[in-house]
Design a protein around this ligand. Sequence first.
Ligand code: GLU
Length: 448
Amino acid sequence: MTEKKVRTRFAPSPTGSMHIGNLRTAFYAYALSKHEGGDFILRIEDTDKKREVEGGVQEIKNILTIFGINWDEYYLQSERLDLYKVAAEKLVKDGHAFYCQCEAKNAKQEGFSSQLRDSCRDKNFTSGAIKLKVPENEIIKFRDFVLGEEIEWKTEIVFDATLLKSDKFPTYHLAVVVDDHATSVSHVLRGHDWLPSTPIHLLVYKYLDFKIPQIGHLTDILDPDGGKLSKRKGSTSVTGLLEEGYLPEALFNFVILAGWAPKDNRELFSLEDFVNVFDASGFQKSNPIFNRDKLDWFNGQYIRKTNDSELTTRILKFYKEKYPEDLIEKIVPLIKDRITRLSDFDTLAGFFFKESEVDKNLLGDNFDKHLHAALETLLTIKDFNNSQMNDKLLETVKNNNFKTGDFFMDLRIAITGKKMTPPINESLVILGKEETLKRIKQVLKSTN
Ligand code: GLU
């Protein structure tokens, strides 16, 4: 490993389902290193055992794998407790941290001091939790490589943060610094939420005599209604969005463009394309808005780009093999241009698998005549193939002086229960003669 190698990490905590904001951080960190032929590290920050959710680590790995994000190295913080202990004790020894025996998480919580100083900081305890001894009257600053600006804090507003808890687990503040240093991370990319923690980290870097990596804070993805992204109009968790029928390729494409822009106006990017063109100067400074219409647009694009047999497999898996593959395969060409999400398949093509309730109010005034004529015609067709069907039905329309649109609409409703469906003649071919006739007869019988 040379000193200059770009090494980034994605450092999620397994405390809940992964949000698209986290996923975006992973994509950016991955592209930042891979564009330079560097390394991408997955580090699980599992030091808050109380908040950890079962299966959380596996979910993180599964999600990254779904998106084709492979990691070169993997670390689990709970397996590295010795490292953090050594660092924390060194800080105490050097006078930059102190043992604390009060139960408060920090001084502010206990209300000890308006200056955020902990009441234990000068007590010289020799055991307990370890907290940072924040210096007085200093300015801490760094240049944020995403925001492109220098940010500074006065130490008066930085609190004596806990570094090592009494259960010997580190807090995020200590572990993040120790690990980024130990694994030679060159660029830290994280969400904007973490900006207030950065002065604490900068002090820890300084006191441990560690080189400070490049640090950048990403914009927040905002809700269209303003403020933080909320779940009101659908999921914002990665798993939830995949379950809503968004393709990983579309989600990827949507997410990378929420906060980063290419030099040209190109819109469609695969992971490989993104890595190739990635440039940190493309990070946007204003907060992007979660635009679901745009996500739908991307999803439609990727559905159309997926070849039929691949789309069949995706639909089969999406519905957990509820529908037979050979039938999905036949239906796919009819719906491919008409669906936005995989979940639309059910709405549009459900009638192939299950007879729909026919609402008689949807049928036109002449439905009885239309359906009788259609039945008669279809009975005469031996080989249910599309060109025959089309010609024969059109002939029937003409011979009876029916209105073409009205005739086919009644037929469509009788077969599918709906006004919006894939092309009806092709659908009849797939349904087959027996089922088609059965459905028409049933409507005629029930409306008699
Ligand atoms: N564990 C933090 C998170 O879940 C990591 C923040 C960082 O990357 O420093 O976002």
